[in-house]
Write a protein that binds this ligand. Structure first.
Ligand code: V47
Length: 370
């Protein structure tokens, strides 16, 4: 493809992409430093089109944040509370049953289940949670517990890490969401989330999950105190693990929302940052099949545009997102399937409803709809 760049340094990156040569750290830096957003976006779009043509994915999902009580108290988080603090909550298994049953007439394909590290909950609670979800929603994939929660569960289960994962799998765990790594840098770990596992433990847990046969996602929380060097290095660490295990399904850039956090003085990300994060990820993560534009964090309008900047997936319909909305997100709390498809079609793509593993569902209907 012929692309005339405003930023001529993108020519050498294009040349590497054309020759199938992996981009290195310096290329990643150049992508992030470049002000030629359209040029970077066109490069990312060409890679996205090769992989997925005009397809744009979404999933019909339900989020359950079972508790916001958390001992980690990360400085970027507006969701967590201490046990006795105003606004703290923990769902009982009965509450979770009710939440699942309240949407039983909807074709939910994926349950996204994450929460804080609440010392009042025993390991059996997590097993019951999974078993309950599987019983009420046998047709949905249970995508639950980030590496941070898995590490914690291994501490309270009385089992080793591998055995803990096996028990969770037996109870219904099928996949892991990508949160918890934030930006893999010791500096950021010490400044923003020193009580949480560090990057080497996060990588170790995720590798163990992948080796146990569980696919998962990866994320990067950007737009706070990180440097672009740290962003590029984060992407390269993910790419190296993916080379080893092939266990990552999608990458999701997460735009930092500062409201109600200890970092509320930091301005939120800009549209430029958000599109650049999607495009740079598409170009650097050459061994990831999917890049999600998470509409909850970047808004549905920008997520739609991100489909032409390297993203191939808008994530899900959701309905009750809490983590970002407590930090000031102004996006809706959920999208109807019609609206999701409208966003995709009006951006020139073909909507395909998927399950958690990117199998197409409802394929007999145009646009994958029942
Ligand atoms: O790990 C916390 C982030 C993550 C804030 O795997 C914040 O399919 C922005 O991981 N501003 C949880 N972000 C969300 C997550 C996720 C979301 C959607 C899909 C998937 C998937 C995973 O949210 C946390 C943290 O990185 N987060 N606070 C905040 N103030």
């Amino acid at each position: 493809m012929n692309i005339s760049f405003i930023d001529k340094s993108l020519n050498s990156i294009k040349d590497k992409i054309d020759r199938g040569v992996r981009l290195d750290f310096e290329d990643g830096m150049n992508l992030y430093k470049s002000h030629d957003l359209i040029g970077v976006g066109r490069l990312a779009h060409s890679v996205r089109q090769k992989l997925h043509g005009n397809t744009a994915y979404y999933v019909y999902n339900q989020h359950i944040n079972y508790t916001n009580v958390c001992i980690n108290r990360c400085r970027f988080c507006a969701f967590a509370r201490d046990k006795e603090e105003n606004g703290s909550y923990t769902y009982s298994i009965e509450d979770i049953k009710e939440r699942l049953k309240s949407r039983i007439n909807e074709p939910v394909r994926e349950l996204h289940i994450v929460g804080g590290l609440n010392p009042s909950l025993p390991f059996e609670y997590y097993l019951d949670l999974l078993k309950t979800a599987r019983e009420i929603r046998p047709g949905a994939c249970i995508k639950a517990f980030t590496a941070v929660e898995i590490d914690y569960l291994a501490q309270i289960s009385g089992l080793n890490l591998e055995q803990t994962i096996e028990e969770l799998k037996k109870a219904g765990l099928a996949m892991n969401p990508g949160g918890g790594a934030e930006v893999m840098s010791d500096r950021i770990w010490q400044e923003l989330f020193p009580r949480k596992i560090n990057s080497s433990r996060w990588l170790e847990i995720v590798e163990t999950l992948h080796r146990a046969g569980l696919k998962g996602n990866a994320t990067m929380l950007y737009g706070h105190i990180e440097t672009i060097e740290e962003r590029v290095s984060h992407l390269i660490k993910l790419r190296e693990l993916q080379d080893k295990t092939g266990g990552f399904s999608a990458f999701i850039p997460l735009a930092f929302h500062p409201q109600n956090t200890k970092l509320s003085h930091i301005p939120g990300t800009t549209g430029f940052d958000d599109l650049k994060a999607v495009a740079a990820a598409r170009l650097m993560l050459d061994n990831f099949d999917h890049i999600k534009a998470y509409w909850v964090m970047i808004g549905e309008k920008l997520a739609q545009i991100a489909l032409s900047f390297g993203a191939d997936d808008l994530d899900g319909t959701i309905v009750e997102e809490k983590i970002t909305h407590m930090a000031g997100a102004t996006s809706p709390k959920g999208l109807t399937r019609d609206h999701m498809e409208h966003l995709i079609i009006s951006a020139g793509f073909i909507p395909v409803e998927r399950d958690s593993f990117y199998n197409h569902v409802n394929t007999d209907k145009p646009g994958g709809r029942p």
